[in-house]
Design a protein around this ligand. Structure first.
Ligand SMILES: Cc1cc2nc3c(=O)[nH]c(=O)nc-3n(C[C@H](O)[C@H](O)[C@H](O)COP(=O)(O)OP(=O)(O)OC[C@H]3O[C@@H](n4cnc5c(N)ncnc54)[C@H](O)[C@@H]3O)c2cc1C
Length: 371
């Protein structure tokens, strides 16, 4: 039996494992995860503003996925890869370590970004504690400054303003508009929604980030600006300035690009490491590293199975602009923005029942048991 090790069970690793089960039931699947459950990298705004809602869809025990009955999950942290013996080194929570052999290895260890995406080992209690501590810190603030102009920052400003109507929320970013890698129409629409919620929008502000400053915490103001404006005061400052760091310190430097991400071919193979593939935010597939959003897990599972059968591989195709939802599911529905900037609105119950319960839970994940 071919042993496939999935290194990192976040959004892309988990979906790749599910797709592998769909594609070929004769694989022996092992997943290595520093978290005891799926702790999704999606929907930061909802996570901070409505943690109970977020955990329903984005914090899910691995044993609840119907398709993953045969997956052996190892709770541990990857610390090395030996291509000669085809093994990865794993540290367990009890401090012991061991080598896990692979025939096929999927690298899907994602990126670190702020306090909400940390790669380290955590117990279920620690994950829960971190989730609610961040919410409580923000909920106790009268003024919140969200620094950053990407989807994580915009979604946080929107969802916090909705959930905490007594707080004054400001969004501060360096460009003329936020969401610079989305189509311009997306910011036009989302910016209007922020204004309706009373969020103060401050373009043209580039924050000074002092050396050694820990962006992995919610800090208190003031925030200074290198663009010359007066410092901004805030009880809580959420840093979402997109300083992502690839979780690749366990991999040989020879397989990384100049920014530390895994260099992959269009077929998602890692050149120079036979049997090794990469997907998700860690993989340098395209300028936006969009293989998670663009569901390359399906292609990857297909290519792995084709490769094992000696059949030709297919190439990953990607959109040049970011797309998807920005602020997530709201009581009135969810907006999905296409790369063209077109907005698709799924109102109220359709967002919850059709998109989340039917499409996400049953179609994408192949069924999730109740907790
Ligand atoms: C179905 C879907 C829908 C999406 N929709 C949107 C959208 O609408 N809008 C949008 O902007 N984006 C969207 N995205 C993209 C998404 O926000 C991120 O790109 C995605 O969460 C990245 O997934 P990942 O698996 O690469 O990383 P992660 O989910 O971060 O997973 C990496 C995992 O590896 C673990 N890990 C790290 N280092 C180690 C180690 N050394 N040892 C063991 N484990 C380790 C981490 O703790 C984590 O659990 C979507 C993604 C998916 C899959």
């Amino acid at each position: 039996m071919t042993r496939v090790v999935v290194a990192g069970l976040g959004d892309s690793g988990l979906l790749t494992a599910i797709q592998l089960v769909r594609a070929d039931r004769d694989l022996e699947l092992v997943g290595i995860s520093s978290k005891p459950a799926l702790v999704s990298g999606q929907e930061l705004g909802i996570r901070l503003a409505r943690p109970d809602d977020w955990r329903r869809d984005y914090l899910v025990g691995f044993d609840r996925y119907r398709r993953l009955q045969g997956l052996r999950v190892v709770h541990g942290s990857l610390t090395g890869l030996d291509p000669d013996t085809k093994t990865v080194a794993v540290n367990r929570p009890d401090g012991t370590s061991y080598d896990e052999p692979y025939d096929v290895l999927v690298v899907s260890t994602g990126v670190s970004n702020g306090f909400w995406r940390r790669p380290g080992l955590e117990t279920a209690d620690e994950v829960e504690q971190g989730l609610y501590a961040a919410h409580e810190r923000l909920a106790s603030a009268s003024t919140i400054a969200v620094v950053g102009g990407g989807a994580a920052a915009v979604s946080s400003a929107h969802n916090l303003a909705r959930a905490l109507p007594d707080a004054q929320v400001g969004l501060w970013f360096p460009g003329e508009r936020a969401l610079p890698t989305h189509h311009g129409k997306v910011w036009a629409h989302v910016g209007d929604a922020l204004a309706e919620l009373g969020v103060e929008v401050h373009p043209g502000h580039r924050a000074v980030v002092p050396d050694g400053f820990d962006l992995d915490e919610i800090t208190a103001g003031p925030v200074a600006w290198s663009t010359g404006q007066e410092p901004a005061e805030a009880d809580a400052v959420l840093w979402a300035i997109g300083r992502v760091r690839p979780n690749t310190d366990w991999l040989p430097a020879s397989v990384l690009d100049e920014h530390g991400f895994v260099a992959v071919g269009r077929d998602l193979r890692v050149p120079g490491l036979p049997g090794v593939w990469a997907v998700g935010d860690v993989a340098a597939t395209d300028p936006l590293r969009s293989s998670a959003r663009n569901r390359a897990d399906k292609l990857l599972a297909r290519n792995i199975v084709a490769d094992l059968a000696g059949k030709p591989l297919k190439d990953f195709r990607f959109a040049k602009r970011r797309w998807g939802s920005v602020v997530g599911v709201q009581p009135e529905g969810v907006d999905i923005y296409l790369p063209s900037g077109q907005r698709l609105r799924f109102p109220g119950w359709t967002a919850r029942v059709v998109m989340q319960d039917l499409i996400a839970r049953r179609v994408i994940y192949g069924g999730i048991r109740k907790p």
